[in-house]
Design a protein around this ligand. Sequence first.
Ligand SMILES: O=P(O)(O)OC[C@H]1O[C@H](O[C@H]2O[C@H](CO)[C@@H](O)[C@H](O)[C@H]2O)[C@H](O)[C@@H](O)[C@@H]1O
Ligand SMILES: O=c1ccn([C@@H]2O[C@H](COP(=O)(O)OP(=O)(O)O)[C@@H](O)[C@H]2O)c(=O)[nH]1
Length: 898
Amino acid sequence: MDQSSGEQNSTVPESTHFGEGGDEAKLPEKEDELEASGSDNDSGESGNAEASGSVGGGGEAESTSEFGNQPEPGGSGAGETESSKKIKLRVLVVSNRLPLSPVRGGPDSWSFKKSAGGLVSALRGIKDVEAMWIAWAGLNVPDSLGQSTLKDALAEQGCVPIFLDEELVKLYYAGFCNNIIWPLFHYLVLPQNDQLMVAHSFGSQFEAYKRVNQMFSDAVSKYYREGDVVWCHDYHLMLLPKFLKEANSKMAVGWFLHIPFPSVDIYRTVPFGPEILRSILAADLIGFHTYDHMTHFLCACNDILGLERTPEGVQDKGRLTRVAVFPIGIESDRFKQTLELPSVKEHINKLIQRFGGRKVMLGVDRLDMIKGIPQKILAFETFLQDNPSWIDRVVLVQIAVPTRTDVPEYQKLTSKVHEIVGRINGRFGTITAVPIHHLDRSVDFNELCALYAVADVALVTSLRDGMNLVSYEFVACQDSKKGVLILSEFTGAAESLEAGALLVNPWNTTQVASSIKKALIMPTDEREKMHMCNYAYVTTHTSQKWAETFLRALTDTAMKAQSIIRQEVPLLLPAQTAIQQYLQSKNRLLILGFNATMTESIESPGRTGSDEIKELKLHPDLRGPLATLCNDAQTTVVVLSGSDRNILDKNFGGYNMWLAAENGMFLRHTSGDWMKIISRVPLNMDWAVSAVPVFELFTRRTPRSYYDHRDTSIVWDYKHADLHFGMLQARDMFDNLSNLLQSNAEVDVIRGSRSVEVRNFGVTKGAAIGQILKVIVQEKNMVTPIDYVLCIGHFLQKDENIYTFFEEELSESSVRLGNSKKESRTEQTFVGCKRRELTSLSPRPFRQKTTLIDLKDDKYFSCAVDREYSKARYQLPSSDHVVSFLIQLEGHIYTAEQ
Ligand SMILES: O=P(O)(O)OC[C@H]1O[C@H](O[C@H]2O[C@H](CO)[C@@H](O)[C@H](O)[C@H]2O)[C@H](O)[C@@H](O)[C@@H]1O
Ligand SMILES: O=c1ccn([C@@H]2O[C@H](COP(=O)(O)OP(=O)(O)O)[C@@H](O)[C@H]2O)c(=O)[nH]1
């Protein structure tokens, strides 16, 4: 709710950490005890007293921190006691608003009003986390005395303010955030012809938005310590993840959206939408309230940026951003406990008397167009009109908390609501009673709980709402009354409370009116049943669980990212080193991919116009160099490709080399016959019967795309098609195939950068390479261990296990180098590593052969082509670079031979 105008007043609880911390965290059993003692709440009245966090310039703060330790840039938190010294995760929470709104009492004196709302209570409850909150100060503080005293005062509360001047707030907050992003993300049209629009272009509003996000990033960097996690919140800070990662790529960054993410057709209209998407994607973990919001986001990444969608999130050239659903909840115990306070009980009784037996309908919303307040009131009018016997038997209490009062659209809404309420009260009111009690202000927490408890029906008619915590809070306070929740189907909450609520479309006035009637006359047992469903959900899916789950996922994701960080951003292949090491080795293995590795690049002149786009062809400049490499007696060359045997035969049949087709399923030396080398994987292609029509359909639909039906897979390729159209089709095709083949556990449906592929399950290049080597070693009667490996390819992520195969061999070999039992360990390693495949394969136990890999770290060169992120150690930007590297290599071999 709006914290600038009418949030509840209360004392600031004493705590240096979130949740039940150590000795220093002297949190009372119930937070409400604090609230009651800090104001006159014990009497049950609304507390309007100032909070007790008032400090003079440089003076001692009376209260201590609610949201973590006193922040010291780069330092450790103050006030640690022995019991708190156990290592806690430190979270930097970054949001537009602080959990406390400062109120200036004088040039150097400040007090605070505590904010309610999901985020604050969610973070208040989590255990074993130390947090610092970084946010906009929330008001204009132009003078340095004011800024420094506010900073000190907030530091006591574990908060760091960011100071924005009025012009910046106008363009960033009132402008880009609330006049552009907010309406669009809630499926409302952009306001036309208002002052902001006329005076300031979208561009200048976005520039301000950028500047503010950069300021937030600078502030985070200042306070960040290694090991912290940074949790960014909401649509105000969509550029923040990118800025943070640019400042420090090791920072663990999560971003959570509290409002809906719109469907892709709407998102397309967001000014600077692609840039925003890319910035969000820099986070390690992205969270949404609902599955729908998440799906819309994934579609936007796919359709607008052309990024690969995986079950875990979004993939961009090998870098994965995890995307998941984390529905927020409330601190339900806090509501239940508040209802037990004598002052609140007394207040409830007063309210019951005041309403004099009339049924009470309750609306609690910020006065925001997304909340559908006019629609709600008009539906109530329709109900009264259609059911005149109810006119003096029911009252609608509408709490409309003022919000964003500087934004013109909000000002217009206020007048509109007043006008409708006035008209309806005039029409149906009597001297003694009016049907609508409309309050243009916030109420304090105790009063709010009392209202929730006395209401017979809660009416939530949001036109769109990220979640809507009001509906949860109503349920939490209804354990004795078991009232009815009427809930807009366009809230996030409708996903979780569907079974226990009357869902409505707020635009359908007749439907809402008849739901009001249904709710008012609903039999007790039906009400109870519905309430129990909701109550069970609300009391178990709490805000604490939400925050804990998100933070656990974020730390897990960040840890995984750290452990593979070396492989994630590969360096350019050090060509000279790779060549020198090659020359100094005795038994080299070259594993080369084909497609997009040794072919001409797609952009090459003439290629896209060719009629034979489907046919993969070896780059002509490679013919000579490849022959030299293949004929080097101390070198084994393997072409490992997804292509079928036929294509490899055509291109490489004339060289002295090994061909591994269909991702390593089939192998032959060019002088011998093809053999199937992984017998474990069935060649059963029954699934193709249902898959082929889908491949045909999408090939017909997408000019210049084609598909290949191979022995173990079918691949649809759109690299020569219109990229954007191809991507759209690929997404649909992927969904189609996934649904179609869902029941068939024997296949994988894979999206490549410009392809969609269905493969028999278990077929990957990394799974095949062990067997390929085994066969080669046997067939060649190899006695010298392989001491150099160069593995270059444009492989799908699924096939990147080939790079890690050798990493494993490498670490095993470094162990065995230091081991006196070298011989036996070596054998074990080779067998042990690949045990799964060997068991079903080898008629002759492999351990009888001499072990043939003795690879040292500086002689292993794994190289991904055209992949920014990869498990490979190195990368080359395109197949053209592979070609020139192999030509260089050949040149050195030639010179060495002379
Ligand atoms: O800070 P304001 O501009 O005054 O706006 C208040 C907050 O409104 C939005 O709340 C959303 O978050 C809730 C909790 O996740 C969710 O239940 C609700 O549906 C959303 O509208 C906004 O996202 C916050 O950033 C604002 O602070
Ligand atoms: O006078 C009030 C009335 C309500 N609330 C709180 O504001 C929050 C509103 O959250 P919701 O998710 O329903 O909507 P939002 O305003 O965040 O869009 C709830 O926690 C309410 O308890 C408040 O702070 N002051």
